[in-house]
Ligand binder design. Structure first.
Ligand code: HEC
Length: 125
């Protein structure tokens, strides 16, 4: 009888230690939810400009425009959005030079944002 009691206690404690296994990541770590990809809106002023700043302007600023491409003004980003080279280069489409040059492809979240922003007319929004 004592042995059975011990067995039950051991089983219960093993169960309680492992029962968190299926809990939902966002509930356990709320901070990870805010890093999830939100593509409900794709705006120049809040997202596209920041992506250009982080990954493109170092080579494509107005003062030093590699390949004649400028990514630090709306007008110039709009120009490469309209002629297809922005979407072609960041998505590594055949026939375009892959950007950012000599660096990993942009995150799939950032690519979705750029593609959506261009698809919606690359507005100065
Ligand atoms: C390390 C420097 C560097 C970075 C960072 C960089 N580029 Fe470039 N990019 C170049 C150079 C140099 C060229 C000129 C083409 C060539 O000679 O390869 C170029 C060309 C381009 C072109 C023309 C492509 C074509 O096929 O005609 C576009 C568009 C472009 N870049 C966009 C971007 C965007 C958008 C980013 C950020 C996601 C970016 N680049 C990041 C160096 C860079």
């Amino acid at each position: 009888m004592k042995n059975m009691f011990r067995t039950i206690v051991v089983c219960l404690s093993v169960f309680s230690l492992t029962s968190c296994y299926y809990d939902i990541q966002e509930e356990l770590h709320p901070e990870s939810a805010s890093q999830a990809c939100d593509t409900t809106v794709a705006q120049y002023s809040t997202q596209i400009m920041a992506i250009m700043q982080n990954s493109c302007n170092s080579c494509h600023s107005t003062g030093s425009a590699s390949g004649g491409i400028i990514t630090d003004t709306y007008q110039e980003v709009k120009r490469i959005a309209d002629n297809g080279t922005l979407v072609g280069s960041v998505n590594h489409t055949a026939g375009f030079r892959a950007m950012p040059q000599n660096a990993p492809k942009l995150s799939s979240c950032n690519l979705q944002l750029i593609n959506k922003w261009v698809r919606e007319g690359s507005l100065n929004n």
